[in-house]
Write a protein that binds this ligand. Structure first.
Ligand SMILES: Nc1ncnc2c1ncn2[C@@H]1O[C@H](COP(=O)(O)OP(=O)(O)OP(=O)(O)O)[C@@H](O)[C@H]1O
Ligand SMILES: [Mg+2]
Length: 145
């Protein structure tokens, strides 16, 4: 168990429906990890996972908050939004499943790859969601030793 007491904690606010700033939180956190000398493989996995979660908040949930924790042997990301919730998580986890509207697809999003990508790049993923209340994604990526 990790209570995050000894970890470095960073918080990012993610604005909804703003494609000009979308991805800023994950690129800022990536820089932070590079400055700290975290190994490249871990940085890659964290960046992909955080970016996909961040973009999902922008597109599907009108934004939210990301808490990132850098701990001794792992990185935890907690992404919390107050969006519509996910009606069927198993379906949402499937490659190719997307509810992104046409105008968002025109920007290159909506391949239905984000959640499967997160699953593949994390050591642990949990999704809590309630319709009309919001969604919380908890991701853990272990540091290479
Ligand atoms: N934070 C969220 N709030 C509400 N629904 C979500 C959220 N994240 C994902 N979803 C739902 O799960 C579906 C699948 O998400 P996923 O990230 O895999 O694909 P996508 O965002 O539609 O496309 P891509 O990530 O490839 O651009 C979304 O289309 C949406 O219906
Ligand atoms: Mg997505």
């Amino acid at each position: 168990m990790c209570d995050h007491q000894q970890c470095i904690h960073l918080t990012y606010n993610v604005s909804g429906d703003d494609f000009t700033t979308a991805g800023e939180a994950s690129s800022n956190f990536k820089k932070k990890l590079m400055d700290l000398g975290v190994d490249r493989k871990t940085i890659r996995r964290v960046s992909i996972s955080m970016y996909e979660g961040e973009i999902n908040m922008v597109i599907h949930a009108n934004g939210g908050v990301i808490d990132a924790y850098i701990c001794t042997d792992h990185i935890d990301l907690i992404l919390k939004d107050q969006g519509p919730g996910i009606p069927d998580i198993d379906k949402a986890m499937q490659v190719g499943y997307s509810t992104a509207p046409a105008q968002v697809q025109a920007l290159g999003f909506g391949a239905g790859m984000g959640l499967p990508n997160i699953k593949n790049n994390t050591d642990d993923l949990s999704i809590e969601t309630e319709l009309g209340v919001g969604t919380t994604l908890r991701m853990r990526i272990n540091l290479e030793d």
